[in-house]
Design a protein around this ligand. Structure first.
Ligand code: 13P
Length: 330
């Protein structure tokens, strides 16, 4: 029975027996229910460790599209659950806390974006995956930070393009492709916060360190970066590189997998400008806890529901992204 109190809260806070081994109970429930746990690199390390699959946004969508599980538990933010539900309408898609939203998705309300699109007829509309289903429904092709460059470059040079919602990613793609895409004015509250001054100070303290940055960072941070890429691309670089030290300018959850994959290398989180804290954590990703994950599997709630009409429209640009990515071997 789903209690009204949980519905109001958007997550289940039923008490969890402190004496049980949560990780093994979670794995047991997955087996019993033929459920798969997917986690983004920005979630807590304990969540990544109990998941069946950890990845960046593109890999998570690709995995969802092919899973044979009956239930997908998406440990990440709301739009990730929506993307999975749109790709798998007949599966139950759960997100342990419905309040885990995304500032980028919030910065692009579908009605305002649709108005903007209508004001610019003749433009191809590219939306970053960090958008709501309703925003994707007024989009021609979805991109992630893993494939944005290649998808933009797959369009004719003179194609008029609207790119939303991340202005930093849009500016970065414009700068590396020579395009002049019309940008929506949105941003990620975490990536906006990295301090250029503090990264410069860290570089002085660690002159050998390579700076790894996510393209959602501001241009001034990206100028300091040795490598710009998606979470998976930054991880891959760290694993394959001969270098031993890295300053990492993206949400600090990625350091978990970096440290795990490269125990002999040193990863330093780039600090934000607004606190004395050394790392930059997404409060929404941190809403996904082991207790909520356990209860989510046990009660099969909170479930992601996407309006059918919206889903029919939103699936097209997501499929387009997956098709182009497959063709490009991404
Ligand atoms: P990645 O696709 O690089 O994992 O980025 C996801 C994201 O939400 C960044 O804010």
């Amino acid at each position: 029975m789903i209690e009204k109190d949980w519905i109001d809260k958007g997550y289940i806070d039923a008490p969890v027996d402190k004496n049980i081994d949560l990780k093994s109970e979670i794995r047991k429930l997955c087996k019993e229910k033929n459920a798969v746990i997917m986690a983004h690199y920005y979630t807590e390390g304990v969540i990544q460790d109990v998941a069946d699959f950890v990845g960046d946004s593109l890999a998570l969508a690709q995995k969802a599209a092919t899973t044979e599980a009956d239930i997908i538990v998406m440990c990440g933010v709301h739009f990730m659950g929506e993307t999975n539900k749109i790709l798998c309408p007949n599966k139950k898609v759960l997100v342990p806390d419905l309040n885990a939203t995304c500032s980028l998705a919030e910065s692009c309300p579908a009605d305002k974006f649709e108005k903007f699109v209508k004001e610019h007829p003749g433009y191809t509309v590219i939306s970053y995956v960090n958008t709501t289903a309703a925003t994707k429904a007024v989009t021609d092709v979805v991109v992630t930070s893993s494939n944005a460059r290649q998808i933009v470059e797959s369009l004719p040079k003179d194609e008029k393009i609207i790119f939303g919602p991340d202005q930093n990613l849009g500016n970065y793609i414009n700068s590396i492709t020579g395009r002049n895409m019309l940008l929506w004015n949105g941003a990620c509250h975490i990536h906006e916060k990295f301090s250029v001054e503090k990264i410069i100070e860290l570089k002085k303290l660690h002159p050998e360190a390579k700076v790894l940055a996510h393209p959602e960072c501001k241009g001034a941070v990206l100028k300091l970066a040795d490598v710009v890429g998606s979470t998976a691309a930054l991880l891959k670089y760290a694993v394959n590189s001969e270098e031993k030290e890295f300053i990492v300018a993206t949400e600090s959850g990625i350091l978990h997998e970096m440290k795990k994959s490269c125990p002999n290398k040193n990863f330093i989180p780039a600090p934000p400008n607004d606190s004395t804290c050394a790392c930059n954590e997404c409060n929404y990703m941190r809403m996904i806890t082991l207790e909520k994950l356990y209860n989510t599997l046990k009660y099969e709630w909170p479930e992601i529901i996407v309006d059918e009409e919206v889903a029919i429209k939103a699936v097209k640009p997501i499929h387009k992204m997956l098709e182009i990515s497959e063709k490009l071997g991404l």
